[in-house]
Design a protein around this ligand. Sequence first.
Ligand code: ZN
Length: 75
Amino acid sequence: MVLYLKCPECAGEMRYDRNIHMYVCTRCGLALTSADRDRLILEQRSSLYSDVNSEDEKRRKRKDYLKWWLSDKKE
Ligand SMILES: [Zn+2]
């Protein structure tokens, strides 16, 4: 599956450039690393499903906190 990535600057299409191992905007030339791209995909997805995602995020944070709290208690 090819994920269409929108440029955060101009909303143009971003393509992977094998030579520099970065994603480059075909319109403005903005270059992103794969880590930047992953974060961007998450942001774009969460803006599409903001309600669902923020709930998931909250739930995950609560779970992480609980895990940390429980492990701390055991020591
Ligand atoms: Zn761009």
